[in-house]
Design a protein around this ligand. Structure first.
Ligand code: ADP
Ligand code: MG
Length: 238
């Protein structure tokens, strides 16, 4: 069953088309990676799915419902961005519970959900700290925690590792894969880094200049790329 369907989705900014007729299905519980060079339209596609950017043409379905024009808050989606701004004056726990407080959930429920997310992300010991007293990797985990407390049906990650150093990138990548295994929800993960794309993905979508070049399992793209671009970007050296 598919959780997300894009039907001939296009996007233009001030008359300049940057996404061209993208058709795509993401299955329920699947972790799909969008990969492609900088400027190919990964963030724009993700932002259209999240409802942060209007769809110029085409249709978007989420959970079998037409969501082309739905409010972001009605889409059952949480997004973790490239830059993971935390509120500096709030503790880790308050940062993680922020979205729940905004939707006026009872305090006991917020505390419980924050505690559970903190456990998954190994932040339990850090709940009383302020962001300034955390490492980059810990801050990124708090940002992920803020997104997962609501346990949305769909998670969107836009280059969540780009501000981290090499070692933390590997760690966080592993954590995201674990998170996917534990929560079992649908995830789309965007990166420009081919190595990063291969590890956690059930399927990879290779994008180039606003078009889908190939969709497939990592091993299939690696061993049997459709064209020279995919081969150059992901394929095995031959
Ligand atoms: P990626 O995330 O793959 O690096 P983006 O989705 O950010 O690519 O950008 C795709 C294209 O759309 C680029 O050519 C970029 O310059 C353009 N673009 C993105 N956002 C805007 C915007 N708000 N206004 C105008 N052009 C934009
Ligand atoms: Mg981007």
């Amino acid at each position: 069953m598919s959780q997300i369907e894009l039907h001939s989705v296009s996007k233009a900014f001030a008359g300049v088309q940057v996404i061209h007729d993208v058709d795509l299905k993401v299955n329920t519980g699947e972790l799909v990676v969008f990969v492609g060079p900088s400027g190919c339209g990964k963030s724009t596609l993700l932002r259209m799915i999240a409802g942060l950017e209007e769809i110029t043409a085409g249709e978007l379905e989420i959970g079998g419902r037409n969501m082309t024009e739905a409010e972001p808050s009605d889409r059952g989606i949480a997004m973790v961005f490239q830059s993971y701004a935390l509120y500096p004056h709030m503790s880790v726990a308050d940062n993680m519970g922020f979205n729940l407080r905004m939707s006026r959930r009872p305090r006991a429920e917020i505390a419980e959900k924050v505690a559970k997310a903190a456990e998954i992300l190994q932040l339990t010991e850090l709940l009383d700290r302020k962001p300034a007293a955390l490492s980059g990797g810990q801050r990124q985990r708090v940002a992920i925690g803020r997104a997962i407390v609501r346990v949305p049906q769909v998670f969107l990650f836009d280059e969540p590792l780009s501000n981290l150093d090499a070692e933390l990138r590997v760690q966080t990548r592993v954590e995201i894969a674990k998170l996917h295994a534990q929560l079992g929800n649908t995830m789309i993960y965007v990166t420009h880094d081919q190595t990063e794309a291969m590890t956690p993905a059930n399927r990879i979508v290779v994008l180039r200049a606003g078009r889908v070049e190939q969709v497939g399992k990592p091993v299939d793209l690696y061993e049997d790329p459709d064209n020279a671009f995919v081969a150059g970007f992901i394929g095995s050296p031959r």
